[in-house]
Design a protein around this ligand. Structure first.
Ligand SMILES: [Cu+2]
Length: 499
């Protein structure tokens, strides 16, 4: 294979990054073996107002060993990044797979008939051609299959991709917008591989309980990526497309990330964070200064849901102190998500942070409005599931039933939802609406939850104000559910109409 200029630059850059890695408590990686991080192809529908996605079988060698059977849209694994603008967007989705899928637009505010939830099956050999009436602020959204009881396996196999809603004004805002140069999409996932190097998805009982967590990190479908970045300000669009892993992201040398957008769009101004929690389904956009400080790595702390902060550690820690200390050590283990290498031959067009990005910050009126309590329920222990040992998943005591509408919301209203999860932390997602986080366990929400959201991690209790502007009737209701996909498939989901 003939290397192009950029690939050669990576080779040169790699040679210099090997010495940067090691710091106390952090596993040293040898980055010299890594390949340049690839981004999904950009499918720009801004001017055409139309795009096509074909769900297809794929084959990928993720590890350099045996080939894995995968799914993808228009490619072997994952799908292209869709760039769309407000207005009518004509979508055409074809399903060439041997099983039914759906395509849900996670983060697009659309009426129920366009939403792509479990009621909108696309059978083998069929297509779905919704016209999407896009009308919302710029944001990073995504699309993924949402087929009832098989979402976890199908997403794991690759049926997901990113969406950029743009108004074409990012340069005026002083934000990097050159896709793959100073504006990088990072699709974060985790996988397990068998001895032959094939991607494997065989969840055992504990995986079904706390969600399937892998031991290898993939960024944009690559296990061994190295992001080559220009000197200057770089924008990272982070999407957690894992089945269950909750990332707690930080930069290895402790430099801040400047958060500019949440799920639902821009913050009014950049907000510096040292650590950024991103649960499945959530997106966050940050600016990182690769000017003077140069190369670093994106790291993550271990997932609290499977470490001492979560159910398992909590239970065991209570039983014995020694075990608790062991679980603490487990939790403190951090790992590399993606190393960055600054290439001086490239330069970002942006070299300073913008003072102001947008004026639109959520400020809904919560006085005298309808309240709802949403309890994300897991019943555990012998006899709870089909008479065996396991967990039963439900919302407000009721497991998902595709024939049942749980409640109806009046269109154009705002509601106050109190969402609770006594045991495990669950990422809670609502279709067809954005919300403002009022409080987390009675406290002011963290920085990552101060913008518009469609997914929020509920670790005990979160209060939200939800604005319902889009209609959904009985035949195509909206979903509300846990975005740990194993939990969703097992019944931690409900549906509502907006009329
Ligand atoms: Cu859950």
């Amino acid at each position: 294979m003939i290397m192009n200029r950029r690939e050669m630059l990576v080779g040169a850059a790699c040679a210099t990054t090997g010495s940067l890695v090691s710091s106390p408590g952090v596993r040293a990686d040898d980055f010299s073996e890594r390949k340049k991080l690839q981004l999904p192809e950009l499918l720009d529908a801004q001017t055409t107002g139309r795009f096509g996605l074909t769900a297809m079988d794929g084959a990928v060698s993720f590890t350099g060993q045996a080939t894995s059977k995968t799914y993808g849209f228009n490619q072997d694994y994952l799908g292209p990044t869709l760039r769309i603008a407000n207005g009518a967007v004509q979508a055409r989705i074809q399903n060439t797979l041997n099983e039914a899928i759906t395509v849900h637009w996670h983060g697009l505010l659309l009426p129920g008939v366009q939403d792509g939830g479990p009621h909108q099956k696309i059978a083998t050999g069929e297509s779905w051609t919704p016209q999407l009436d896009v009308s919302q602020p710029p944001s990073t959204a995504w699309y993924h299959t949402h087929i009832h009881e098989h979402t976890a396996r199908q997403v794991y196999q690759g049926l997901a991709g990113a969406i950029q809603v743009t108004d074409g004004r990012d340069r005026d805002r002083g934000l990097p917008d050159a896709y793959g140069e100073n504006d990088l999409l990072l699709v974060l996932q985790d996988k397990r591989f068998d001895d032959a190097g094939r991607m494997s998805y065989r969840p055992h009982m504990m995986d079904l309980m706390h969600g399937f967590v892998g031991d290898r990190i993939l960024v944009n479908g690559q296990t061994d990526g190295l992001a080559v970045v220009p000197r200057g300000i770089v924008r990272l669009r982070l999407l957690n497309a894992s089945n269950a892993r909750i990332f707690s992201l930080f930069l290895e040398d402790g430099r801040p990330m400047h958060m500019i957008a949440t799920d639902g769009g821009y913050l009014s101004k950049p907000a510096a964070v040292r650590q950024l929690r991103l649960s499945p389904g959530e997106r966050a956009e940050v600016l990182v200064d690769f000017g003077k400080a140069g190369s670093t790595s994106l790291m993550s702390a271990e997932d609290a849901n499977v470490g001492s902060g979560g159910m398992m550690g909590g239970m065991m820690g209570g039983m014995m102190g020694g075990m608790s200390r062991m679980m603490d050590a487990f939790r403190d283990r951090s790992f590399v998500v993606l190393p960055f290498s600054v290439d001086d031959r490239l330069k970002s067009s942006i070299d300073r942070l913008p003072d102001q990005i947008d004026s639109d910050v959520p400020n809904l009126d919560g006085k005298g409005i309808r309240q709802r309590r949403i309890s994300l329920d897991m019943s555990m222990g012998p006899g709870m599931m089909h008479g065996g040992m396991g967990a039963g998943f439900a919302i407000n005591g009721r497991p998902f039933d595709i024939e049942r509408t749980d409640f109806t919301v009046a269109k154009g209203t705002v509601e106050h939802w109190i969402v609770e999860s006594p045991m495990l932390a669950h990422p809670f997602h609502i279709h067809g609406a954005y919300f403002q986080v009022l409080s987390e366990n009675g406290n002011r929400p963290g920085i990552e939850n101060r913008g518009w959201k469609d997914t929020v991690l509920v670790d005990k209790q979160v209060e939200i104000l939800v604005r319902f502007d889009h209609a959904a009737a009985d035949q195509k209701p909206f979903m509300f559910h846990c975005h740990i996909l194993e939990h969703e498939d097992a019944g931690m989901m409900g549906q509502f109409t907006v009329t």
